[in-house]
Design a binder for this molecule. Structure first.
Ligand SMILES: NC(=O)c1ccc[n+]([C@@H]2O[C@H](COP(=O)([O-])OP(=O)(O)OC[C@H]3O[C@@H](n4cnc5c(N)ncnc54)[C@H](O)[C@@H]3O)[C@@H](O)[C@H]2O)c1
Length: 274
């Protein structure tokens, strides 16, 4: 039997694309799970799990759900670009509620951050995890803020957190950019397992991508967790390598299409000045 965490694991965003994958896989391992989302759970609830609907903006509900939990796998919130006012409630206030619950329970937080927190780095740059945060959208800005919230709660309260800058987690890569950013579901699940079971994590950053040869990224805390991705986008290169856009902004930056949303500069930014 595979190793299980000592305390239950709270999974937010459980009804979403990634939450469902994680809920099913950890449920199949017999993990004691508390699943939550604002939307109904669309699958059969695993035998060792329970599901409760809640809004991340309801701090009391989140405190109650987290009671007794040792880890919070936080996938809930606005997961694509939206107007600023729509992002702040679920992604900023909601994350604050997650951290307050983690502080009370002495729990660890797995934060589903995003490559869009660093999206305005150029594709020709190989980034280390301690690179500048260069958000490419209001959504990416909320993820950058979320990573900073993790640092605050670690330094001030000792709340451990694993900030996973997820690239593109879909069944398969569908364009050339995703040959650099793809994260296979099986690698994501194993990362959740390692982040939960690791003896210590402190506050760390992980690039959430499979072992893709064309990666933009290097140098993160995966050795501390004992996580090694096993899948790779390389096998899809012939299939999707030619799938590119005609937008120079999208193609220049790591964040791709998110950089081009509502882009109002008349000229491209100079390469050496922020
Ligand atoms: N899928 C990817 O490639 C990818 C890439 C980068 C980051 N991420 C991050 O991973 C997480 C999961 O992504 P996903 O693709 O499964 O997104 P998703 O939109 O499918 O899932 C997000 C879930 O959050 C729930 N949610 C939204 N607002 C809520 C609220 N106020 N209260 C409670 N629940 C709420 C939604 O109902 C949804 O089920 C997100 O935080 C996303 O930003 C995903």
């Amino acid at each position: 039997m595979s190793e299980k965490p000592a305390r239950p694991v709270l999974v937010t965003g459980a009804s979403g694309a990634l939450g469902r994958q994680v809920a099913a896989a950890l449920g199949a391992r017999g993990w004691n799970l508390v699943l939550t989302d604002i939307a109904p759970f669309p699958d059969a609830v695993p035998a060792t799990a329970r599901f409760a609907r809640a809004d991340l903006e309801d701090g009391v509900a989140i405190l109650r759900l987290a009671e007794g939990c040792g880890t919070i796998l936080h996938f809930g919130g606005v997961s694509t670009e939206h107007p600023f006012e729509s992002v702040i409630g679920p992604n900023i206030k909601g994350l604050f509620h997650i951290y307050e619950a983690a502080r009370r329970e002495r729990a660890r937080v797995f934060f589903a951050s995003s490559n869009h927190a660093i999206g305005f780095h150029e594709r020709t740059t190989r980034l280390d995890a301690d690179c500048q945060l260069l958000p490419d959208s209001y959504y990416g800005l909320s993820k950058a803020y979320g990573e900073m919230m993790g640092r605050l709660y670690w330094f001030k309260h000792g709340v451990e957190n694993v900030n996973v800058r997820i690239g593109s987690s879909f069944p398969e890569p569908t364009n050339a950019r995703m040959l650099s950013t793809w994260l296979a579901y099986s690698d994501l699940v194993e990362l959740c397992v390692r982040a939960t079971l690791a003896a210590k994590t402190g506050s760390c950053v992980i690039w959430g991508a499979s072992a893709n040869t064309r990666t933009f990224w290097r140098g993160d805390a995966r050795a501390t967790l004992g996580w090694l991705p096993r899948e790779s986008s390389d096998a899809f290169a012939a299939q999707v390598g030619g799938v590119v856009s005609t937008d120079p902004v999208e193609e220049r930056y790591q964040g791709g299409a998110y950089c081009a949303i509502d882009y109002t500069r008349n000229e491209m930014a100079p390469r050496d000045i922020f």
